[in-house]
Design a protein around this ligand. Structure first.
Ligand code: GLN
Length: 445
């Protein structure tokens, strides 16, 4: 399996650019050990997989897609890495990403962009673009990504794979390099729903090392894939099927809904009245949290240092050199929003709107089992198409961001093509009902 994965990387990754680092020696060594000891009794044992490069891996460089981290090599594993090691999954390498997970196209990587395997002139989506492209091009069987505003689901959608963002608190964030701590969540990118269930099974669960991880029982996800959705109540928010959503994408989603009806579900239109404020809310909260989380890259503790005339000058030069343009933009936005005198007008207001968005979903889930719509308003766009216009880039996350603000689980899975490019269907569930989300996704798939 490992040799097949390495062969495939050799063959295609020069064009795709999904890996930042291939741990050839490590992966072969672990494969040999598995050959000698025998494969463990777990579906993930010996399976080659990729880790988004913002997930800490002992002894293996972890860059978060940023130059500022230099050759930083963690001395501990993220909990998700520990858990995957525990069942014998075999990490092939670290996946390319937008710097500090800020982006929707993977063009903000501090190293090189990733290309969409369906069309190399197009973006794979972001920020987990490397993870999605590697799974789509058969370089690894699965990969982990992180999702703060859509970064697992949107690249899954653009690359025609399955991407699952668990409920906030379902999967430990210990060892995940923080972007926006109240939104970040780790999850799998896979080729089908069954694999997503298997990976979630391994990585989910309470972790005393993450104070926001939830003490909620982890059910048997594979057992919930019954194929049965008769009587299921599906809500379709009109805001996710309205203006700004490409006609071809809408059509594929409508066809998916028809299929769900044929499987015995009822489908009704609903409204998320505050959804129109979600992107604005996110772009206050996420940069605010990021500006605080990224204060630690000061040339003292991690990564690169650019010497200066004094301490402040050293901070200044290190951060000016190490961070890319989008990261600087976010730090400036976030610092501004948190400045004295503006806190009430921006951060507090955004928190209040976030509550309203969460309540919109709660009201829907009183009557419905799942919320369904597109993952992204379009299919994969061309490299360079949106790089000069951050606002258009931000608007691409219009269907995924409300889910992070509400902390809910959601999956993106392929629902056909438009002009030869994959479309993603998004299924959103109640808090901690990954089981329900997976069941519906599997029945549709
Ligand atoms: N595209 C969004 C952003 O740039 C979401 C990123 C993410 O989910 N990590 O912030």
């Amino acid at each position: 399996l490992v040799e097949a994965s390495l062969d495939r990387i050799q063959k295609v990754d020069g064009q795709v650019g999904a890996f930042l680092m291939v741990d050839e020696e490590g992966v072969r060594q672990r494969a040999r050990a598995l050959d000698e000891q025998g494969v463990a009794d777990d579906v993930l044992s010996a399976i080659p997989m990729g880790m988004k490069d913002n997930i800490s891996t002992t002894g293996v460089a972890t860059t978060a897609g940023s130059r500022i981290l230099g050759d930083y090599t963690p001395v501990y594993n993220a909990t998700v890495m520990e858990k995957l090691n525990g069942v014998g999954a075999n990490m092939v390498g670290k996946m390319n990403m937008d710097e500090f997970a800020m982006g929707s196209s993977n063009e903000n990587s501090g190293f090189h962009p990733v290309r969409n395997p369906w069309d190399l002139k197009r973006v794979p989506g972001g920020s987990s673009g490397g993870s999605a492209a590697a799974v789509a091009s058969g370089q690894v069987t699965f990969a982990l990504g992180s999702d703060t505003g859509g970064s697992i689901r949107q690249p899954a959608s653009y690359c025609g794979v399955v991407g699952l963002k668990p409920t906030y608190g379902r999967v430990s964030r210990y060892g995940l390099i923080a972007f926006a701590s109240s939104l970040d969540q780790i999850g799998p990118l896979t080729r089908n729903v069954e694999d997503a269930a298997a990976v979630l099974q391994t990585i989910a669960g309470y972790d005393p090392k993450d104070s926001t991880s939830a003490k909620v029982d982890v059910p048997n996800y594979l057992a919930s894939l019954t194929g049965e959705i008769r009587g299921l109540k599906v809500a379709v928010p009109k805001e996710m099927m309205g203006a700004g959503i490409d006609a071809g994408v809408k059509q594929r989603v409508q066809e998916a809904l028809k299929l769900m009806e044929r499987l015995g579900a009822t489908v009704e239109e609903v409204s998320l009245p505050h959804a129109e404020y979600a992107v604005a809310t996110y772009y206050l909260l996420a940069p605010a949290e990021a500006s605080s989380n990224l204060a630690r890259y000061d040339g003292v503790r991690y990564g690169i240092r650019v010497e200066g005339e004094n301490l402040i000058d050293m901070f200044h030069r290190t951060r000016s050199t190490g961070f890319g343009a989008e990261v600087k933009r976010r730090i400036m936005l976030g610092t501004y929003a948190l400045s004295s005198g503006y806190y009430d007008a921006y951060y507090r207001k955004a928190q209040q709107v976030r509550t309203l968005i969460r309540q919109d979903f709660e009201a829907i889930f009183e009557k419905y089992d799942v919320v369904v719509g597109p993952t992204a308003p379009t299919t994969a766009f061309a490299l360079g198409e949106k790089t000069d216009d951050p606002l258009t880039m931000y608007l691409n996350d219009i269907c995924t961001i409300p889910v992070n603000l509400a902390g809910l689980p959601a999956i993106s899975l392929p629902c056909g093509l438009v002009d030869g490019l994959p479309v993603g269907l998004q299924i959103i569930g109640k808090a901690f009902d990954e089981q329900g989300v997976l069941r519906v996704a599997h029945a549709y798939e």
